[in-house]
Design a protein around this ligand. Structure first.
Ligand SMILES: Nc1ncnc2c1ncn2[C@@H]1O[C@H](COP(=O)(O)OP(=O)(O)OP(=O)(O)O)[C@@H](O)[C@H]1O
Ligand SMILES: [Mg+2]
Length: 366
């Protein structure tokens, strides 16, 4: 898999963005402007045309559609370059019903899968405080790397839903059907757990390295999977599910499985949530993400497009400087936004970076 870089984007009717050409450098792009002017909207538009999805939990066509639109459709027009720097035009028409894609002006049935990593200011807090955010994080990024994992996870979730529907019937009348799901459920649980363990192992060598490169500090950063079935065979897992069936019937739900797993981020051996300051949590989280980006490159000799939405909060000026220096050294395409005047000064110092100033949804200088 080789990834792409974006060089041009123009949108019609997407949130507050003007119908205007925005040009990007294949390296660093700084998007600068005051609060509420459209910086995040540019990143979101790139994410939507790349993956059909937005980073927001609440994402729907009416939300994307500009409140000032004359026609209920959104047009994304863009130019990407492939791994050999060949440009191609890629556009999309989004309506309430569907999203159609065009490459070099011709309709295509299967959209191009463009990998992006979105880093936003709230993710670090969510990752450190909610187990569901941690699970979602691992599932999202592991799925981006491994199509097979994505499919296995989706099969697991479908079977879990089916089991929970049977378990919710009172009085219990589907015991035989539930027993019949156990073997498949155990095999899927085993495959998911093994893939997760392998992913965390592969991340490990990159984590300390990125922390040190990013912040010039040596810390031991480690992420572990907290799972009951980590060392069990599919047969043992099936036995465990069988023994648990009575309790599951009582509780009307599948009380254990990979959907209940959790992850522990260890900072110098301590649980980072209990031990770290907010700034250190942010630093650990950014190191985790950049470790992921390096693992992506290691596996695919290619980088995802990195979209960084104002992460300057909680970090001091010294850390901002290190972050900027890290981005300057990196090979990936990055778009970084800020409304923070001081962080903006750091970004403006980057030689050769593409600086995009935005006001009321319009690019005022580039
Ligand atoms: N559907 C929509 N139609 C028109 N404008 C919208 C729509 N959805 C959001 N907006 C506007 O987009 C603007 C927010 O844009 P965005 O989140 O990109 O700002 P920002 O520059 O990232 O600000 P901040 O620095 O505060 O993060 C707001 O002014 C909001 O009113
Ligand atoms: Mg924003």
């Amino acid at each position: 898999m080789k990834n792409y870089k974006i060089t041009k984007l123009q949108v019609q009717n997407f949130r507050n963005l003007a119908n205007q050409l925005i040009q990007f450098s294949p390296k660093i792009n700084c998007i600068l402007g005051e609060n509420g002017n459209g910086k995040t909207n540019i990143l979101e538009a790139i994410q939507v045309i790349s993956s059909k999805k937005s980073f927001r939990k609440n994402q729907s066509f009416p939300q994307f559609l500009s409140v000032d639109c004359e026609k209920p459709e959104i047009i994304f027009s863009s130019v990407f370059i492939d791994f050999e720097e060949n440009p191609f035009s890629y556009s999309s028409k989004m309506t309430a019903e569907e999203m159609a894609f065009y490459q070099n002006g011709k309709p295509i049935k299967k959209r191009i899968d463009i990998k992006t990593v979105f880093i936003n200011p709230f993710d670090s807090y969510g990752f450190h405080t909610n187990s569901s955010d941690r699970r979602e994080w691992i599932d999202r990024y592991l799925s981006l790397l491994d199509e097979h994992y994505k499919k296995t996870l989706s099969r697991y979730q479908t079977l879990l839903k089916f089991r929970n529907t049977l378990l919710s019937k009172k009085p219990p009348k589907y015991i035989e059907q539930l027993k019949a799901t156990i073997e498949d459920f155990a095999v899927l649980s085993f495959e998911i757990t093994q893939k997760r363990l392998q992913f965390l192992n592969e991340m490990a060598p990159f984590m300390n390295q990125t922390f040190k490169e990013l912040f010039l500090e040596v810390h031991d950063l480690h992420i572990n999977l907290d799972s009951r079935i980590g060392s069990m065979s599919p047969k043992d897992i099936a036995l465990m599910y069988a023994n648990q069936l009575e309790k599951d019937i009582e509780r009307s739900m599948t009380s254990y499985g990979p959907h209940k797993d959790d992850y522990v981020l260890l900072f110098d051996g301590f649980n980072s949530f209990d031990f770290c300051s907010l700034g250190q949590q942010k630093m650990s989280y950014l190191s985790l993400l950049f470790a992921y980006i390096e693992l992506f490159r290691y596996k695919y000799s290619s980088y995802p497009i990195v979209l960084i939405d104002d992460v300057s909060g909680e970090l001091d000026q010294h850390r901002w400087r290190r972050l900027v220096e890290y981005l300057e050294k990196s090979q990936f395409q990055v778009l970084v936004t800020t409304a923070n005047e001081k962080f903006k000064e750091e970004l403006e110092r980057i030689e050769g970076a593409n600086k995009i100033h935005i006001k009321n949804g319009s690019i005022i200088s580039q």
